[in-house]
Design a protein around this ligand. Structure first.
Ligand code: PLP
Length: 451
């Protein structure tokens, strides 16, 4: 390939990046990733970088698996494309839907496929509104979500999300979407116990339902553990209270499992880890370990039956795409045959926890939030009081992310929190490498702040 500087110049000139400024690209140049294997990326300069983020929380089985490439190639030659509209179907979509239904808890037995998590959440908005309309309750159309949540980048899913900087682009949130506070004890819990805080935050849902009128509220959407919002592991009191409130007012629960699903929290689904009984689950990312773009909604019997009693006027050209479906199915086979959940629970998550507990002693680290293989380290100038840094939020997090990159480690930052979500197959030795590089990056950030 071309030399790095030339690639960077072309990248800055022609390639528009998500969530990036032109100035950043022009000044620093993007890091160009050329290949990857296991948990390591290689860049155009030949550096080996440990990917502590599994791409964007998705490459659960690790990079560069031959079996995945073989399945994709076979499927492309056999049936590279067909749709699932107008009474047609194909073997990969059937097989994948059947496998997902087998893995999903309770009566979540039906899958509506999409190309991404954003598309799947758009589907969910239309699905719950259609469901209530078909039950002769069209006014039950409002959806309650949470501030600082991330549910995708389309108009619908961006509206479900609580990122105000997206809403400021205009037209969002679309009508009928509301946001309550998130259960972020570390940042917002003050002197309350986590339990009391979790309960109070859940009860905001009840207050919002009563304000809107229960007859007007279709659904509540939440990630079992909020990911892109900063890995916010809710206090133990939170989800049971949310479940009680939704049951009481006949409000559907949509669990956005785009990050939490497929092993990230130690179970197949984060809903199982948090004890939630959702009516719909959003899936993407780990469904195919990011080898192909695919997402979907897993839907309970009742909703599938009601919606299916008429024509659900919604769908995507690539719903159930055969190559994506075949690859996702192979990913699920690998997860099961290689007992990756056992590896997470018995090996990787305990090793990660041990490493994080050590990092928590670093003067810059104000705490540890962790569920299975997703974690965040809020950085703080005074950990005893969980204080935030003076100045613009995210400045120190950004510095630390850059120090991580310089030490060949990917650790993302959300504000001043460092985020960790490595491939689930990471070994204890690789976690050791992660910790060594992370400590060095934290030390360098700490020194730079003192200077
Ligand atoms: N939902 C959650 C919880 C996510 O984290 C994301 C992406 O990060 C999405 C939805 C959107 O998924 P996609 O980027 O595949 O559209």
């Amino acid at each position: 390939h071309l030399p790095t500087a030339e690639l960077q110049a072309l990248d800055a000139a022609h390639h528009m990046h998500p969530f990036t400024t032109n100035d950043e690209l022009a000044e620093k140049g993007a890091r160009i990733i050329t290949k990857a294997k296991g948990v390591f990326l290689t860049d155009s300069e030949g550096n080996e970088i440990l990917d502590g983020m599994a791409g964007l929380w998705c490459v659960n089985i690790g990079y560069g698996r031959q079996e995945m490439a073989d399945v994709a190639a076979r499927q492309m030659l056999e049936l590279n494309y067909y749709n699932t509209f107008f009474m047609t179907s194909h073997v990969p979509a059937i097989a994948l839907a059947t496998e997902i239904a087998k893995l999903a808890p309770g009566d979540l037995n039906h899958v509506f496929f999409a190309g991404s998590g954003s598309e799947a959440n758009d589907t969910n908005i239309r699905m719950v509104r259609t469901y209530w309309a078909m039950k002769d309750k069209p006014e039950k159309s409002h959806i309650i979500s949470r501030k600082n949540a991330y549910h995708g980048s389309s108009m619908g899913s961006g509206s479900l999300g609580g990122m105000t900087y997206m809403h400021e682009q205009g037209g969002m949130p679309i009508p009928g979407i509301h946001h309550i506070n998130q259960p972020d004890w570390w940042a917002e819990g003050g002197d309350q116990t986590p339990e009391a805080f979790g309960l109070a935050r859940a009860q905001e849902l009840e207050a919002k339902i009563l304000e809107l009128g229960a007859d007007n509220v279709a659904a509540f959407i939440g990630e079992p553990v909020q990911g892109a919002g900063g890995v916010i592991v809710p206090p133990s009191t939170y989800w049971p209270e949310i479940q009680r409130i939704c049951d009481k007012y006949d409000v559907l629960i949509i669990a956005d499992e785009v990050i939490c699903g497929f092993g990230r929290t130690g179970n197949w689904f984060g809903s199982q880890t948090m004890g939630i009984k959702p009516h719909i689950m959003t899936i993407a990312k780990g469904l195919s370990s990011g080898y192909q773009p695919i997402g979907g909604s897993i839907v309970c019997d009742e909703i599938a039956e009601v919606i299916g009693s008429g024509e659900f006027n919604h769908g995507y050209t690539y719903s159930g795409h055969p190559v994506c479906s075949a690859v996702a199915l192979e990913n699920l086979r690998i997860m099961q045959d290689e007992k990756i959940l056992d590896h997470v629970n018995n090996v990787a998550a305990p090793a990660l926890q041990e490493g994080l507990d050590k990092l928590a002693e670093h003067p810059l680290v104000g705490g540890v939030n962790v569920s299975g293989m997703m974690a965040s380290l809020p950085l703080s100038p005074r950990k005893e009081t969980r204080s935030k840094f003076a100045g613009a939020a995210g400045t120190v997090g950004y510095m630390c992310r850059e120090r991580c990159f310089a030490n060949n480690l990917v650790m993302r930052h959300v504000g001043d929190r460092m985020i960790i979500s490595p491939p689930l197959v990471i070994t204890p030795e690789e976690i050791g490498t992660f910790m060594t590089r992370a400590t060095k990056a934290l030390d360098e950030t700490y020194t730079a702040l003192k200077d």
